[in-house]
Design a protein around this ligand. Sequence first.
Ligand code: HEM
Length: 501
Amino acid sequence: MIDWVTIFSWARDIPVLLIPALLILYWYIRIPGNMPKNIPTVPIYISLLGLWSDMGQDDIFDRWLREPLEKHGAVKIWFAGRWNVLATRPQFLVDMFRQEDVYAKAGSQKKIPWSVIAALVGDNIINAHGQNWKLYTSIMKAGLQRRITDSAPLLEKSRLFVDILVEEQKKLGIEKGVLVNPIIQRWALSCMGINFMNVDLEALERPGQRLEELQTIIKKTLFKPLFFNFPDLDKYPGLFRQRKDAFAVMQEFGDLLVDTVRRRIQSTDQDGEQVVDYLDRALKEGKIDEEQYRANLKVTFLTAHENAQQLLNSTFWVFGSNKAIQNKLRAEILATDTANPSTETINSLPYLYSVILELLRLYPPVSQLINRVTTSTCALGGSITIPNHTWVGWNAFGVHTDQSIWGPDAREFKPERWGSDVKSIQNALRSKTTACHFIAFNAHSRKCLGQGFAVLQMKIVLCELVRRLEWDIDPGYELKLTSGGIMAPLGLRAIVRERQV
Ligand code: HEM
């Protein structure tokens, strides 16, 4: 029998429960009254799209962010549990990047210190500000920027990478493409290990090691849309089992990494000491504590492999879908007439250099970051008044594809736009970075310290790839970019063929 009394009492209670819940939600997501009024607001549901849609970040940008950003130069946007100011107008970015004390770096360790991502990265050279940043830089910069004179170790890893691609293709036959990203990850981990951790992780030689496995888990865990948008939920690992597991994974990664580098056989690299050696000494001398040591070790490990990994992933898409570019690059590389190019030879190739910059322009791995906080009320670009303690950030994909900055062909992959000789390409890179027209490596005082290494590493792997292989995109593959986080194609499959060399 229907219990009408119970149903009525429930119906009566619903508003009693619902109204406070709605009020709390309203309080949580309302736009603070002191946020700038003269820039538009991106509706909150756009930031939450990841909860129910798998649209790529390029599509999301084109559909909802491009117009307001190109018109106003900045917008208010919901991200990581709060309202922020996101800018793309170069004049605003120059202002933001030059005034490090007003727009101070403040990563997750400051913004959401209780979160899984904060547990992963801690206070490190990328997200620290002031004295801590100066301390970390004084310790690590020499290792991050050491000049690599010998191309052989990176060539060797790239050679192994190509061997594995060929092997995988043989297993699949000629109809189906190889899933490239997991193999690229192993290449990127190997290159990072031998250049920053002074250890050969043998990720290419011995697949499936726990450190490699953990990278895949970490990347999936960090960008879970629900927790990415509502990081306050990370405060309750007791309620969310998967967050409890996520904290455990972050701890395991840190422990395993420290253990791996401590067990390494001490060796001297002909190009000088590596980041890990400098960090070890700083810890021993008491310049940094164990926590700072771990945070900087982890962030080096992550940054030094993930960005190059995803850039190479995008490269497979661009070259596989545009054979003319692949062929033009191949012609330049084959003209060197060597399978073992020295760093001098590699650095003398203009098309190779410009292709990499163009890749970084259209597929910037770090496509958006909101990791600076205002330290006083300030006027961004002299016109947008931002209150104290507001998070601000930038979107590189937006800057790099804005026609008013890059011309009507901004969306086209045109390496020639960078120049035809190495000197003019270098000059173009310098001037476009200073003007914040190109921010793939950020600009001014906090620009990337691994830029030189990343470009060299890409040049070396591309030399080996196009010399030995030709590739097409699997006909069944449709391009979809990641919906947030690092920008790159998802699930790309390429059909590779070995060339007669
Ligand atoms: C394609 C490869 C790479 C890209 C696209 C890239 C991009 C970036 C970007 C956008 C920033 C600024 C981050 C921010 O504003 O918070 C940055 C900073 C940084 N990157 Fe890279 N990066 C790459 C490779 C590397 C490598 C290989 C290393 C070596 C460990 C590295 C080390 C750093 C460091 C230490 C900083 C912080 C600099 C500072 O704040 O003083 N990066 N990178």
